[in-house]
Each structure stands twice: as structure tokens, then as C-alpha cells.
Design a protein around this ligand. Structure first.
Ligand code: SF4
Length: 151
């Protein structure tokens, strides 16, 4: 299913449709119960197959060219580390393309969310690891930033 990442336009539409479909049910999307367990299972399976999702619980796929930043060996959330090779490959694993080069290229094919690539993302909140990113999005937990953090 990884090939789907090469269709970022399709994926951003799928994201948008899912977001709009879930919004009316937001009051039932709560943490720590059966609903969350169900969402965790679905996200782990579906996003795992497509994006190699690491279940950070704070999904930023639509901001990062539908490319999961947690696949960067350094887990960079704001662009490449500076060690990216001239051929666009990873400093740590030279056989692999840099996640952020892919993210940038894919974002260029996303008219809805592509411009968000320029947003500065807060540090990932490790306490949300293995929780449902969709539920965290609707509860607002995904948008909370560490005290004192400024973009
Ligand atoms: S950003 Fe987080 S939730 Fe989204 S695909 Fe990557 S690890 Fe999974």
C-alpha cells in the first residue's frame, strides 16, 4: 500500500473527506475507552500499511506532504536535518530517500494543504504515543503545545 503515498492529491482528499465525516460525531470521540481502542486498531492497520505510521498520536500528514515525519531516523518534525545528501538521500540510511525531500515534493501536488508545509510544527508530545491521532485531533490534545513554546 506504500505506493499510495505517490498520490498525495488523492490522499489529501481522503483526509479531508474523513475529517468532515467524523466532525459531526466529535462528542463521542473521547480518549481512554472502547471508541479509542477501535480507532487505534484502525489507524495502526490503515496508516501503518500506507504511511508506515509510528502511532505518534499527533498526526501531521496533511502538513507534511502526506509523508510521515516519524519515518525520519532522527524523527525531525520540521524539515531535513541538514545532513541530507546531494542526491536527496538520507544521511543515516543512504539507501533511502530523505523523508523531507519526499514530503516537499509531494506537498507540491496538494492544492488543499500543500502550503501548510511552511508551518513550524511544535515538538512531538510523547505522552500521546500509541493513542488515536483522530481522537486527539478532535479533543484538542493534538494541538496542545509545551509551555513556553512559540512557533
Ligand atoms: S505523523 Fe504520527 S500519526 Fe501520522 S502517520 Fe506519522 S506516526 Fe502516524
Amino acid at each position: 500500500m506504500r505506493f499510495l503515498q505517490n498520490y498525495p492529491r488523492f490522499l489529501e482528499i481522503a483526509y479531508d473527506v474523513t475529517h468532515n465525516l467524523l466532525r459531526p460525531f466529535r462528542r463521542w470521540l473521547t480518549r481512554g475507552g472502547r471508541v479509542e481502542r477501535f480507532f487505534v486498531r484502525v489507524e495502526k492497520t490503515s496508516k501503518g500499511a500506507i504511511f508506515n505510521c509510528r502511532m505518534c498520536g499527533q498526526c501531521v500528514l496533511h502538513v507534511t506532504g502526506m509523508t510521515c515525519p516519524m519515518n525520519c531516523p532522527k524523527e525531525m518534525r520540521n524539515g531535513p536535518c541538514g545532513g541530507v545528501r546531494p542526491d536527496g538521500r538520507c544521511e543515516i540510511f543512504p539507501a533511502k530517500p530523505c523523508v523531507w525531500v519526499q514530503a516537499w515534493e509531494r506537498s507540491q501536488h496538494m492544492p488543499l494543504y500543500g502550503s501548510q508545509m511552511l508551518n513550524v510544527l511544535p515538538p512531538v508530545n510523547r505522552s500521546l504515543h500509541r493513542s488515536s491521532a483522530w481522537i486527539n485531533d478532535f479533543t484538542g490534545d493534538a494541538q496542545k503545545v509545551p509551555p513556553g513554546w512559540l512557533p
